[in-house]
Ligand binder design. Structure first.
Ligand code: DX5
Ligand code: ZN
Length: 222
């Protein structure tokens, strides 16, 4: 089993963005997690294409773009052009989710769907074969540094059951309040992709924290 650590650049120091990107390049991290917020779907605005372009220019690892925006269909082509390798849209933001997933794939990216804490995993059961990744939000989206919601464990187990015999290659990602304190338990529940913002960037030695996270995933019983 391959475990993926995806530091969220939302928690980076934007005044020293190149330095933080290089830190991730040199670390054991696997992907760059890129949180795009529009101030409509979530009560916060993060950044858009200019920052994406700066990240793409320096990053040597795939960009995992998490769109917390309404009407994502309008921007999927542009995010793909800006260098996204994977695009995850929110279930709650897509009226025609099946169409949106096909759009992502047609743009050449891997497709993911994110579920807010109140959204049951059963709501993606009819598109599960079409997906590369399901992101289970373990906080309400909008901000870094929030507290992990415990019901996430149950949802991960529900999703594990749902993909059995249907899409066992699906990546189960968790985002929000993830860190050294809960990563082993999440591995045991079935998570294989971990987004971490504060847990990485608010520590004295982010490179070392990423290495510790990686070794916890590899050494936990799954
Ligand atoms: C929350 C974002 C997360 C966030 C995670 O809306 O989707 O990716 O950056 O931050 P932490 O790890 O600090 O909870
Ligand atoms: Zn995110």
């Amino acid at each position: 089993m391959k475990y993926i650590i995806a530091p969220s650049i939302l928690s980076a120091d934007f005044g020293n963005l190149q330095r933080d990107i290089e830190m991730i390049n040199q670390s054991e991290a696997d992907w760059f997690h890129v949180d795009v917020m529009d101030g409509v779907f979530v009560p916060n605005i993060s950044f858009g294409f200019p920052i994406m372009a700066a990240v793409k220019k320096h990053a040597t690892k795939p960009l995992d773009v998490h769109l917390m925006i309404v009407q994502p269909d309008n921007f999927i082509g542009e995010f793909a052009k800006a260098g996204a390798d994977r695009i995850t849209v929110h279930y709650e933001a897509c009226t025609h989710l099946h169409r949106t997933i096909q759009l992502i794939k047609a743009s050449g990216c891997k497709a993911g769907v994110a579920l807010n804490p109140h959204t049951p995993v059963t709501l993606v059961q009819d598109v599960i074969e079409d997906l590369d990744l399901v992101l289970i939000m373990s906080v309400n989206p909008g901000f870094g540094g929030q507290q992990f919601i415990h019901n996430t464990y149950k949802k991960v187990k529900d999703l594990k059951r749902l993909i059995q015999g249907r899409n066992e290659e699906l990546i189960i990602q968790v985002d929000g309040g993830v860190g050294l304190q809960n990563i082993s338990a999440l591995v045991s529940a079935g998570v294989n992709s971990f987004v971490a913002g504060n847990a990485v960037f608010a520590t004295d030695n982010p490179t070392d924290t990423i290495a510790k996270m990686k070794s916890l995933t590899v050494n936990s019983l799954s």
